[in-house]
Design a protein around this ligand. Structure first.
Ligand code: GLU
Length: 339
């Protein structure tokens, strides 16, 4: 009898250096960190700098400072997406050979005029607003955007290609219902044909888009648990299609609720300056951010001692206590209000 090899757990921090990291990012990093250390997992840092037009040259150094300030340590050297373009190309080539992607020359205007509502055309992590509707134990996710109408999908492998630089590669989804069990959000389902549609895996210049890069990176690093904001729930269904096509088991997902302002809207500039670099400059103690993230994470506030009792806890104490307590089944599913 052969004993199957047990893969060691690998977790990841995956910031996009498209701007400063703010409180919401800090909370996601902290949860990912506590979970990783609780499993004795390797924790990698991946800089998601593939979204080049929006990348800020100072943002990578700043995120590394932010993490150090919060007492979050990671293992090994950071993985940089822009250094991995050959890997993305190799996976893309395979998808082309498999006729699973097609070149798409549609412009934003073509897509918008073919559909009556604005289309989700971005190649970065989408910012679409989504709705979750509960039926029994599962929730179905829908998006307020119109899906790609399939204009270019008649192309078959071997057909001539449009002129370089005029097309992106679009992935053919299966038009079916899919579900997965999220460690935090529970069972989430999606009707792919109506909620997602064929989506881009590269930009027009040929560079890999977020959906492709993130899956290839997570597979190559052997990531076993993905912790990220629940604004990416819909994207998970796109990524699961890529895993399915490549025949690779997907990691577990823990989509954590977004941080919102007092008005219930996603934390943004209008709520004041919540950049971590700003707090650091103002002399705010990192413990206060860690304490806020810890208290907001646990659905039962009684599982942490009172604020008076934890007032003197230093970063290392906070981390040790949270590594002991982190448990996805006890994580609050509510949006986190910051005021
Ligand atoms: N880079 C993305 C972000 O900062 C996260 C993507 C992911 O975790 O898959 O929001």
């Amino acid at each position: 009898m052969t004993i199957p090899a047990i893969k060691p757990p690998v977790c990841r921090l995956a910031p996009s250096p498209t701007g400063a990291q703010h409180l919401g990012n800090a909370r996601t990093f902290l949860l990912a960190y506590w979970s990783a250390r609780a499993q004795n997992a390797e924790l990698i840092l991946r800089i998601e700098d593939i979204d080049s037009p929006r990348v800020k040259p100072w943002a990578t150094d700043q995120v590394i400072e932010d993490l150090a300030w919060l007492g979050i340590d990671f293992d090994g050297q950071p993985i940089i997406q822009t250094q991995r373009t050959d890997r993305y190309q190799a996976v893309l080539d395979r998808m082309i050979a498999d006729d699973r992607v097609y070149p798409c020359t549609c412009t934003r205007t073509d897509i918008e005029s073919a559909s009556s509502a604005p289309h989700e055309h971005s190649t970065g992590p989408p910012q679409t607003s989504t709705v979750l509707q509960a039926t029994g134990q599962e929730r179905t996710i829908t998006a307020e955007s119109t899906i790609y109408p399939g204009t270019c999908s008649g192309w078959r492998v071997g057909d001539p290609l449009p002129a370089p630089g005029t097309y992106c590669w679009r992935f053919r989804i299966v038009s079916a219902r899919r579900c997965f069990d999220d460690l935090v959000a529970g069972r989430i389902c999606c009707d792919l044909g109506t909620a997602i549609g064929d989506f881009p895996v590269t930009r027009k210049e040929g560079v890999a888009a977020y959906q492709l890069a993130v899956v290839v990176d997570d597979i190559d690093a052997g990531v076993s648990e993905v912790v990220r904001g629940d604004d990416l729930l819909l994207s998970t269904f796109r990524q699961l299609q890529i895993y399915e096509h490549l025949g690779v088991a997907s990691p577990e997902f823990a989509h954590v609720p977004l941080v919102v302002g007092e008005d219930g809207r996603r934390l943004a500039k209008r709520h004041g300056d919540t950049r971590l670099a700003h707090y650091r400059k103002q002399g705010v103690a990192p413990e206060s951010i860690v304490a806020w993230a810890a208290r907001s994470a646990m659905s039962d506030p009684a599982c942490l001692p009172s604020p008076e009792a934890t007032a003197a806890w230093e970063l290392s104490r906070w981390h040790a206590e949270m590594i002991e307590r982190i448990d996805w089944t006890r994580l609050s599913r509510e949006q986190v209000r910051y005021s």
